[in-house]
Design a protein around this ligand. Structure first.
Ligand code: KG4
Ligand code: ZN
Length: 338
């Protein structure tokens, strides 16, 4: 019986989860509200909040799993990418815990974990996970990439953003409209009442499988600046239509590239992962594209889309089976290693 404790502290969520093999026993997340009024995550505040949250969150995860800490087989932690001060809190805790309990330590890459979240076995569905090789569009606050996943450890990135990430684009557009951070979920909610065809923004012309979002961001900024000159209440009056149109532009950019990647590779197992995969319009558009092109589409449950520790624990489980352990010299890294 392999029990893994997963710890995630790369950004502004402090999270812990326990798995028994590929089954999730508990999944606890403490969100940090302190950043709301700053328009983004404030690294120093995030580290402090992690310090306050980490012990209660881990205690809660072990308690909910209904096991004793002595039953744990290993402790897995996010090593990067992320904010160094935030990562250090999780890493230091994981190291002391593994030393105290005399169990192995497992270092996990956050982006790999977002993808491997698809392998968490659900009690409620008998649907198998994606078959290798599959394509994964990973879209988060810091990343936008298309990866060919050949095995749990063999990843090939075939497209990535050359400037902003998709989540960052949602967040920046929300900020321009005066909405609080994080803007993605807010735009998603407001867009439900709006018309996605109300406003048109410029689309990037980037060849191949790479993405670009900076032109879209600038086009939103200039459009709103011009409209506000004529009517200072323009945003307030058109909020739902603006959100729906911005969301539709971002989703369109993402889906086009996934389509190209599927055509180019011939792969029909298509997954999405990362915080932006929680977006209702992206989920819908992917299902639609999938049914048009005969893909097998895999969309994570909402709780495994945004940052969570369940994905760290399942990745830890895969690494445990390979005896891929870390030692006490493991240091955090800010940028992705693949
Ligand atoms: O994966 P994640 O939780 O953290 C990172 O690793 O970055 O992703 C966070 C990003 C944020 O930019 C947030 O605005 C976006 O995911 N996000 C969404 C939605 N929920 C979270 N974007 C669009 N629609 C959503 N429903
Ligand atoms: Zn993430």
């Amino acid at each position: 019986m392999i029990y893994i404790l997963g710890i995630e502290s790369s950004c502004d969520d402090t999270a812990a989860a326990v798995t028994l093999e590929d089954r999730l026993l508990s999944n606890v997340t403490a969100n940090q509200d302190v950043h709301r009024n700053f328009g983004g995550v404030v690294p120093e505040l995030a580290s402090r909040a992690h310090q306050q949250n980490i012990i209660p969150v881990i205690q809660a995860a072990i308690k909910k799993a209904n096991i004793s800490k002595n039953q744990l087989s290993a402790v897995a932690f996010t090593r990067g990418p992320g904010l160094l001060g935030s990562l250090l809190v999780g890493i230091s805790f994981a190291k002391s815990f593994s030393l105290g309990l005399r169990i192995p330590l497992i270092a996990v890459d956050h982006m790999q974990a977002h993808i491997l979240a698809h392998f968490l076995r659900e009690e409620t569905t008998s649907r198998p996970p994606p078959a290798f090789p599959f394509l994964c569009l990973t879209v988060s606050g810091g990343h936008t990439q298309i990866t060919v996943v050949k095995s749990p450890f063999d990843f090939q990135v075939i497209g990535r953003t050359i400037d902003d990430a998709a989540g960052e684009t949602f967040d920046k557009a929300a900020k321009i409209m005066g909405l609080p951070y994080p803007g993605g979920p807010m735009i998603d909610a407001l867009a439900r009442e709006g018309n996605p065809g109300a406003f048109r923004f410029s689309k990037p012309a980037i060849p191949g499988l790479d993405f670009s979002f900076s032109g879209l961001k600038t086009s939103i900024l200039y459009f709103l600046r011009d409209q506000l000159k004529q009517d200072p209440d323009f945003i307030e009056k058109n909020k739902a239509d603006l959100c729906a149109s911005i969301q539709s532009a971002i989703v369109d950019i993402l889906i086009r590239k996934v389509r190209s990647a599927a055509e180019l590779t011939g792969i029909k197992e298509i997954a999405i992962a990362g915080g932006v995969s929680a977006n209702s319009s992206l989920r819908e558009a992917l299902y639609k594209a999938g049914s048009d092109a005969n893909w097998n589409v895999f969309i994570p449950r909402l709780e495994y889309s945004t940052d969570n520790a369940a994905m760290i624990a399942i990745t830890g489980y895969f690494k445990y089976l390979e005896k891929d352990f870390a030692d006490l010299s493991a240091a955090p890294y800010a940028r992705s290693s693949f």
